[in-house]
Design a protein. Sequence first.
Length: 389
Amino acid sequence: MIPSFLKKSSTVAVAAGLLLSSAPGFAAQPSKENIPLEGVSEFPLIFFAVYDNDDSFASIKRLGGTHVHNYKMGKSIGESQEFFDRAARFGLKVMANLDGKRRLETGESPDALKEYVNHFKNHEAMGFWYLYDEPANKVDPKELLPYYKMLKTETPGIPVANGHEWAKGWWSFRGVQDILMNDTYPVTGAPFPEAKLDHQSKFTKAAIGPKNHVIPIIQIMNWRAMAERGASQIRGYDLRELRYPNAAEMRYMCFSSVALGAKGLAFYSYDRSRRLGSAWMEETLPPLLQEIKEFAKAVGYPAVNKVELDSADENVIAGLWKHGGCAWLVVANARPEATVISYPLHSALPKGELAAWGNTRKIEASLKGGILTAELQPWEIAIWEVKEN
């Protein structure tokens, strides 16, 4: 996947975001975020562009990932067999790249893909199909429809995903996918907390809709890894200023997505991150991914336990789950400055004390008259467990 910011100016990318609220037939439709993702028993943590070798698969397993992907897949059964078999040996699932762009460009019919699909559909490592990478402005949804119909005929129980950049027309592919994977990579060279993390959460919020499950693609790379030979800048920043997301930014992008109703998380990309060394990935990701996995287990994923909350403040993101006599409340400060939030929960939250959960710092918070009040730091995520009295 080539991020959109390499293909257009940031001004155009932001302008494209203004189109989100005007997507036809979109905002007013009911959400289906509480419907479980078919065939998935563990909260998906998907890594894009994983090298096809034992060391890389062992690294994904150690990090806590559940699914692996490789852009070179989809060309032939022989080239993909080892990737599938290796995933099975490591207890991982495959998000199988189908190389849709090449197939359309060469005029290959959906029937030509049937042999590949039927060969791998019952493989123990089969997870999702990944049909097309960032199709907006490249193909019309009608061109993908025959491929999607073939996949749903041959493998009705296997979800089909497409990845989408923040660009005009991304919403028009709802009829040719089961999983909408949205990507925008906001951390460049701006110091914390100035990175536009709200681009990620606004895109995810807009993507949650009536036809697709949403799995956001989270940035795990330094933009320096995207630099072409001889380049001195990317997006207006000197290459030396570019950086990885820090732990607070990663926690915001991940848990704000979870609070909005994401059905999993994907990460772009193993390859791009490792190009600059493995230290960041090995130090920053494991505690976060472990916290996400523990949260999913606590709230009973994939059961339908999420409680719908009204959006009271566009700068506050909140999600509530009830399971096993407890409730878990995730609240995100979607602003780059410290903020005292006042969020109405009314009767949604059971009576009881708010106890900091996971890696949440101890925050003075009150719940009076159905109003949650707390001071959160820039982009801070607070997770509280409430045991019913």
